[in-house]
Design a protein around this ligand. Sequence first.
Ligand SMILES: Cc1cc2nc3c(=O)[nH]c(=O)nc-3n(C[C@H](O)[C@H](O)[C@H](O)COP(=O)(O)OP(=O)(O)OC[C@H]3O[C@@H](n4cnc5c(N)ncnc54)[C@H](O)[C@@H]3O)c2cc1C
Length: 795
Amino acid sequence: SKLILRGLNGDFRSGQLTAILGPVTGATGTIATNGEPRDLRQFRKLSRYIMQQDLLQPYITVEEIIQLLRLGKARNTTAERLSGGEKKRLSVALELLNNPPVVFLDEPTTGLDDVASSTCVSLLKRVARGGRTVVCSLHTPSARLFAEFDHVYVVADGRCAYQGTSAGVVPFLNELQLPCPRTYNPADFILEVSSGEYGVHADRMVAAVENGRNQRWRDFAVESAFEEMEIEQLNAGGVEKHNYKHGSTACQQFLVLLKRMLLQTARNKMGYDASKTIFNFGFCYACVIAMLYIPMMPVLLAYEVQLVKREYFNRWYGLKPYYAALVVSRTPATIFFSLIYLVITYPLTSQPMEGPRIAMFTTICIMVALISESMGTAEHLVIAESIEKMIESWQTSRKRQEPFLVLGEGSNVLFLEDFAGTVMINQLKGIAITEDEDYWYLHVGSGENWQDLVCHTLEHGIAGLENLALIPGLVGSAPIQNIGAYGVELKNVCSYVNMLNLITGSIERIPALQCGFGYRESIFKHQFRLGYIIVSVGLHLAKQWSPNLVYGDLAKLDMKTVNPRLVFDTVCAMRRSKLPDPHKMGNAGSFFKNPVVEAIKCAELIAKYSTMPHYPQQNGQMKLAAGWLIDHCGLKGYRIGGAEVHHQQALVLVNVDKATSQDIVFLARHVRNTVAERFGLWLEPENSVFLGPALSVPLMLLAVYGIGSGDDPLPIVWRLARACSFLRYGIEGLVAAIYGAPREDLICPDDVDYCEYKNVDLFLEFMSGIRFDFDFRIVIIQILVSKYRLDQFPY
Ligand SMILES: Cc1cc2nc3c(=O)[nH]c(=O)nc-3n(C[C@H](O)[C@H](O)[C@H](O)COP(=O)(O)OP(=O)(O)OC[C@H]3O[C@@H](n4cnc5c(N)ncnc54)[C@H](O)[C@@H]3O)c2cc1C
């Protein structure tokens, strides 16, 4: 933070035109009025701020503005063609409609010539004489303009270095033995002196005006006529009539704004104006993006992957007929919705109404949509019941250079978009049990369901897994995050993990001690993340059962009478009462890991929050309860879209109403940020995998990479990479459709730079540095469509 105003004082009177001179850097902070915090809403109603840049509606004539606003004057110039001075006066006039008592102007004369500046300042003076307070910030006004101001306020180093009339500046400086040279502009001189160009005089200046409290120069050489006029105007009560409310009803405002917007839409002939080519290019890009996303909608909404997973697995149908039906059913809808989009947007943006151009534009859009669709859903779904099938599908996906994902039950994966690659569902089954005097030894296929395994062991009189009951997922996923619950972790019972090395095709055994098991951690999240699949897991369960009854309701059980079945039932009952069932209400269990912090940090937090649960770790660190932290931020029940922090268990994010993956991500981010702000701790998600957009977003970015770099061509590698994006062909094709053949109707004002893009080849060259013939582009698109369509029939 930086102090920008240092105890300065000053008053800006109504009826006077004030200039503020001197550098004041932008900053945020609080402002007090009479020592009380300013009521910003009230202040905004009282004041108007006119910016340095004139933001006027470009397609509305002055006449229309004046008529709409009932000023009764007539003008026929569109606002975009007004001169600088006219625009400034129009801005001021528009703001004055509501008769505000205070008007702020940021450098009103910047960019105006001498005549326009003095007209503008005399208008402002007239406005001020009506009893308003008009305050302008100025940089370097000319001497003549400077003399027009009634009141000058100079700021130096955050303090008031002068406050008084413009005529008082020179005598003031004389008194401080700082004579202004006769031919010098007093405004420049006082700024230079106060900014230290002639030595350090700012302190003396501030002291002389008592940092703005001294009013001595306020009345120096004031025009007597002005004083009379000021009083007369003030008494006339013009300003007292100012409105704190809008002068018109909401309905009137709506009608006026509607008319204005319709007029603007009708007059914005973007497609007919060569000077707007660059905006029209934006329209083409928007079309390509819309085409990219239109076909994805049904996929995103239909939970397609889960459906196919279940139905195909239950042998209802084969994948070939499924994809054939999918493509045939989707294509008409894709074409229909693409056409609806084009029927609205094409004429709305005034694109040329010529048959061949429309046909070309439409064809390209539909092609982009069809290709995009084939890039959406998981392209290949493999259900692997054998190791050979796993190796085969991995090799096929490598050949296609596609991403490859192994999925158990998918309970720990959040799909952010469809996965454009091979998804392999692990179905390696089998449980083999051996024993010796002390232990049961289990060798379990990684495709076995974890809960089934727990039940299976209990049915065979084998104890040791009961605390881990009801954890969703497969056995093969369990070592990845070292699943744990109620005081037991997989690492307590795991002997080894068998991995399939996809590159060599061999099976490697990793002994438990080398698995790097930690709290929701293992080497399978790091070193063995890619190129390996867990195919089986070895467990050892002691015949001498020693129950773990530390947590929750387990602590209430009697050590003498307890048995594994009772522990299992108690754990299941606790989980059912606390955790929402993912089959009824979608969730990924605990979303965040419990944070482990240094003991000092924990002590700091306990000093503030004495009831905060904390658990000492072996290495001296402390584990905190993420659920308690979230709950303490009042986030239980907090909702974004369809995603909510569970109202009972704050650690769980639930899908209460068709939550999108974005909802979950935004909610998780909000929870993380809120906890970080309150406790200074950064929660980490437990879910290990977030699958981002696989292809469409990179392709989209690639498509526009390097636009506008025509003067400075990109390296050839980038240009070639970009040329691979089918979206690139889409955009270029659309530009070629609109501008390709010469057009008589294209308006091209002489003074506008972008008119060179009337020549489409130049434009495309400017965008990319590579020029393709349109025919070639169409051929490429055709090939791509065929390729992606055919690739959907791999079996
Ligand atoms: C309601 C609910 C409650 C939960 N409670 C707990 C709990 O109490 N304790 C706990 O520890 N966890 C809990 N979880 C998390 C989850 O159950 C575990 O992480 C489980 O191991 C995930 O199994 P999955 O088969 O669904 O894995 P998936 O989500 O399918 O996969 C998870 C990750 O492992 C990879 N993967 C899967 N199989 C293999 C394989 N064979 N080889 C290589 N990589 C593979 C995937 O690519 C992915 O990266 C809970 C989840 C839910 C939804």
